[in-house]
Design a protein around this ligand. Structure first.
Ligand SMILES: [Zn+2]
Length: 350
């Protein structure tokens, strides 16, 4: 555990475990950095402007999620007006499959529950849910639920707790939780809970911070947080913080800005954000900004991307950065949007 390594006297064994521990960490410079607010706005607003850009072409399979990351990031910075709302809504409409009701990452691709959630999040942020057929979306999501309560991601039949989260997030955002079997879905998610208090992608799969976020978010939406072993889970989560201040997703892995979001949002939902050092995490996140182009990278010195930019901003918002709008930890959407939908995903208040 982090605190044991840090607090114990440095006898030989501990020294060696500390060495092994820090081998999977990064060094960040000591000078404190400000948030490059204006640069991040430009970075997101200009993202994908050059349609011939290599990166833009290579990320077609992620297009819908990319738009959600950008829209949410800009809204958190109160700069949503920098994007062309109408063309985004038109794009989302074209990606809904007329047969299944599911939504694809891009026109001409197969629908998937991951992109269906991104599309719904975009439309809800723009307050334009009526742009698509939500009854068809509800039918699509319901059709993916299996007898054991789990969800397929699409017609190809992969099962993962991420898809259980997507299902309840979509259905609660469109107000159609009635189409799924919630009790069975909860039973499946709880069957993926491990002895360390964490969750994996399926029963007996290793705990992983991204999947813990999905399962904790799922239990927050379905009002089942009492099923968690919060103390044990919070220990596992706060052990993700490394000496650099950054958080990793599993033991022995390098810190990564996106895990700032997965771990921090989970800790926020279970009322234990204060179990990690906010100050050193903030320093780590700010060190991952690109001072030239704007945007956040996964780690200090790497190239920025829009995914890590949203999760860097989201984590800073959870840490209380006043330059950003408050973010909802369950949905990773601006809090005012969740309130406008009259949704109250549960959090534990200690
Ligand atoms: Zn990452």
């Amino acid at each position: 555990m982090v605190s044991n390594v840090c607090n114990d006297s440095f006898d030989k064994t501990n020294f060696h475990s500390l060495q092994a521990f820090t081998a999977n960490d990064v060094k960040i410079s000591d000078d404190s950095k400000e948030l490059y607010f204006g640069k991040h706005v430009d970075y997101i607003a200009n993202h994908g402007n050059d349609k011939n850009d290599y990166e833009y072409c290579m990320t077609e399979f992620l297009r819908m999620s990319g738009i959600y990351w950008g829209v949410t990031g800009l809204d958190l910075m109160n700069e949503l007006g920098r994007l062309d709302k109408q063309s985004i809504i038109e794009f989302v409409k074209k990606c809904q499959c007329p047969t299944t009701g599911g939504i694809a990452a891009c026109e001409g691709h197969d629908p998937h529950i991951l992109y269906t959630l991104s599309a719904i999040q975009i439309l809800i942020i723009y307050d334009c849910l009526d742009a698509i057929d939500t009854d068809m979306v509800a039918k699509y999501v319901a059709s993916l639920q299996q007898l054991d309560g789990s969800f397929f991601g699409d017609k190809w039949g992969e099962v993962d707790t991420r898809f259980s989260f997507c299902a309840v997030a979509i259905l609660s955002l469109i107000g159609r939780m009635d189409v799924m079997d919630v009790e069975k879905a909860v039973a499946f998610v709880m069957s993926c809970c491990n002895a360390d208090g964490g969750f994996g992608s399926k029963p007996n799969a290793e705990s992983h911070a991204g999947l813990i976020y999905c399962c904790v978010g799922f239990l927050s939406i379905t009002d089942q947080l009492h099923r968690l072993d919060c103390e044990r889970l919070a220990w596992w989560l706060c052990e993700r913080q490394l000496p650099s201040g950054g958080l990793n997703g599993r033991p022995e892995k390098l810190p990564d800005v996106c895990y700032s979001w997965w771990v921090l949002a989970s800790l926020t939902i279970i009322g234990r954000l204060h179990w990690i050092s906010s100050e050193s995490l903030e320093k780590f996140i700010l060190s991952c900004q690109d001072a030239e182009t704007g945007g956040f990278a996964d780690r200090t010195g790497n190239l920025p991307d829009i995914f890590h930019t949203l999760f860097g901003l989201g984590a800073l918002s959870l840490l209380g950065d006043k330059r950003l709008k408050p973010v909802n930890p369950t949905f990773c959407m601006p809090q005012y949007v969740i309130e406008r939908c009259n949704l109250k995903p549960k959090v534990i208040v200690l």
